[in-house]
Design a protein around this ligand. Structure first.
Ligand SMILES: [Zn+2]
Ligand SMILES: [Zn+2]
Length: 258
């Protein structure tokens, strides 16, 4: 089986056919799903989904793009839910910084502050982190290390193939691999993939985004993790069955899933 460790099922793009999306995935062998927290507005929808589907879990957190909603979010309410398996997605994203240099600096500082606060929450609730990093490897790594995030560990989701982050494998961090692996221009990731310890590999869709070949341009969905597993198997020269087994065990271990 496969566990989709990062799928935004609470996104409105799944509203109309969520049951069909989940069934297609289940039939294809995807047997567990984790909805990462992104914006507090969709957390109620995430709760609805996990309460209606025994194989779906969720996380609570604030994405760096939505950090302004952090202060108002009632973490306690969600983190204590029996199906809440992680804190995140949280992290740093410098890709879309706007305005003057001073504005950019300010936003970076605020992102760091909200990231640090969520690492502390993960430690408080003893849950692993789902970490989102884009164009911010050095700062992210520094914060994870300075905050002793290894106490809880987590996943660097949508791993961007930065070699600098590989050493976090020794500190309890896993690497979430998704549709990008199937892209023709994914050279960096192809080179780095064999350097990730096998016991730190996870599979994710990040749907509705980052749809793998041969479905690029369409909405992504959990069934398509089968293409990612297949590609991983070819690249690492490991039988598909073993890739599925290993990544499933890794996800079960990190998120304490049955
Ligand atoms: Zn993300
Ligand atoms: Zn995401």
């Amino acid at each position: 089986m496969i566990i989709d460790t990062h799928i935004h099922l609470d996104d409105s793009r799944y509203n109309d056919d969520l049951d069909a999306v989940l069934d297609r995935a289940r039939e294809g062998g995807v047997k567990r799903f984790i909805i990462p927290g992104a914006h507090p507005d969709t957390l109620e929808r995430a709760l609805e989904i996990v309460e209606a589907n025994s194989d779906v879990y969720f996380a609570v957190g604030v994405h760096p793009y939505d950090m302004d909603s952090f202060d108002a979010l009632d973490f306690d309410k969600y983190a204590k839910h029996e199906k809440c398996v992680a804190i995140g997605e949280c992290g740093l994203d410098y890709f879309r910084l706007e305005g003057s240099d001073e504005d950019k600096l300010k936003e970076k500082e605020r992102q760091k502050e909200v990231f640090r606060a969520q690492i502390e929450l993960a430690k408080k609730y003893k849950k692993p982190l789902i970490v989102h990093i884009r164009d911010a490897s050095r700062d992210s790594k520094e914060i994870l290390q300075a905050s002793d995030a290894k106490e809880v560990g987590g996943v660097l989701h949508c791993y961007n193939a930065d070699e600098e982050l590989l050493s976090l494998a020794k500190e309890g961090f896993y690497f979430g691999i998704g549709g990008v692996l199937t892209f023709k221009n994914a050279k960096k990731l192809l080179n780095v993939l064999p350097k990730i310890p096998e016991d730190k590999l996870l599979i994710e869709t990040d749907g509705p985004y980052l749809t793998p070949t041969p479905h690029r341009g369409e909405r992504n969905e959990p069934f398509y993790t089968t293409f990612v597993a297949q590609k991983m198997s070819e690249l690492l020269d490991i039988p598909l069955k073993n890739i599925k087994e290993t990544t499933t065990q890794n996800a079960q271990k990190l998120f304490a899933l049955r």
